[in-house]
Design a protein around this ligand. Structure first.
Ligand code: PLP
Length: 340
């Protein structure tokens, strides 16, 4: 049986032309700064966003954690949504790596408003309070079901941060999904954020790797932190080549995943077992099933029919679309969801 793997967009395998690009890549020792393919990837990504510099890292968790480390001092407070990856899924890294505390905001599907951020900032003159120094936004929001920010909201949050001396970091693991869907410009994000983390191994379909973008000065600091975190890689050009290939060939095709996600959303909405579906905006579909349906059993039932997925929170199941899910597979999924 051919599996339809909707567990995550991290499960993709490199395509033949991507493997060919990896095979051809000139390499060197990246800890010495001598890997031409890594250097090219870092420059290419930074240029796309109009940012000064970039650094290639093994994972999105590492790029986020390096950003938090370089922007904070121990005892500082990081402001983010309660659903955010940096808080939920990075192993307590904010405390572990940076000794920082967290102020959680209750946003709307993972997105926070400027008013909420304003309320989360501690009074700097009150010695009882931790120093609020960093705001982390996530776009698209994973736990929010792939929801996207409006640029105007980010702009307002940026102005608030500037006025109050806070730094603004973007967990843009799936930023390209948002750019493609909302037809927004990469340079606008580069202008608004002090640092941006981007995953190449999600919808872009590379086997491994993430990028952290920022100013020359910050990325120089990030290189030291990456080394200390054990993330300095050697002939990493082999995997960076996959990233360069993906930035050129796998960005616009994300729109296809979004169409597929919409088709699945429609099928779910007509299924009597389904209570609600989070409005689908990009490649993630999170739905809530009725109270009398057992989510683990439903996941097993789907598995017997060849569909792999995960539960996510109470009575919720998540599907993620990606480049290894074909139109035919989506069709099969839709047909099955109408019957199950
Ligand atoms: C996947 C993901 C990351 C990084 O994950 P890694 O598995 O460490 O690469 C960061 N933020 C969000 C929102 C993600 O979905």
């Amino acid at each position: 049986m051919e599996w339809i793997d909707l567990r995550s967009d991290t499960v993709t395998k490199p395509t033949k032309p991507m493997l060919e690009a990896m095979w051809q890549a000139p390499v060197g020792d990246d800890v010495f700064g001598e890997d031409p393919t890594v250097n090219k990837l870092e420059e290419t990504a930074a240029n796309m966003f109009g940012m000064e510099a970039g650094i290639f890292c093994p994972s999105g968790t590492m790029t986020n954690q390096i950003a938090i480390k370089m922007h904070t001092q121990p005892g500082d407070e990081v402001i983010c949504d309660e659903l955010s990856h940096v808080y939920q899924y990075e192993g307590g890294g904010i405390a572990f790596n940076s000794g920082a505390s967290v102020r959680l905001l209750q946003g709307n599907r993972g997105r926070v408003t400027v008013a909420q951020v304003a309320e989360g900032i501690n009074n700097r003159d009150d010695i009882h309070k931790a120093v609020s120094s960093l705001v982390v936004l996530e776009n698209t929001s994973n736990r929010g079901g792939g929801s996207c920010y409006e640029l105007a909201e980010i702009e307002a949050i940026k102005n608030l941060c500037k006025t109050n001396g806070l730094i603004l970091h973007l967990d843009g693991a799936r930023l390209f999904n948002a750019l493609v869907e909302k037809q927004q410009q990469a340079a606008d994000f580069g202008r608004l954020f002090d640092s941006i983390s981007i995953c190449l191994s999600k919808g872009l379909g590379t086997p491994v790797g993430s990028l952290l973008l920022g100013t020359k000065e910050k990325i120089k600091k990030a290189r030291r932190i990456r080394k200390a975190f054990g993330g300095g890689m050697r002939q990493a050009g082999i995997i960076a080549a996959a990233g360069l290939y993906a930035l050129e060939h796998h960005v616009n095709r994300l729109a296809t995943d979004h169409i597929h996600a919409k088709l699945i959303e429609a099928a779910l909405l007509s299924n009597p077992k389904v209570e609600t579906v989070l409005p689908v905006e990009t490649n993630i579909v999170i739905f809530k099933i009725k109270d009398d349906v057992n989510p683990e059993q439903l996941v097993l039932q789907l598995k017997e029919k060849g569909i792999l997925c995960f539960t996510m929170g109470k009575q919720q199941i998540r599907f993620v679309l990606h480049l290894d899910v074909s139109e035919a597979m989506v069709q099969r999924t839709v047909e099955l969801l109408q019957k199950i």
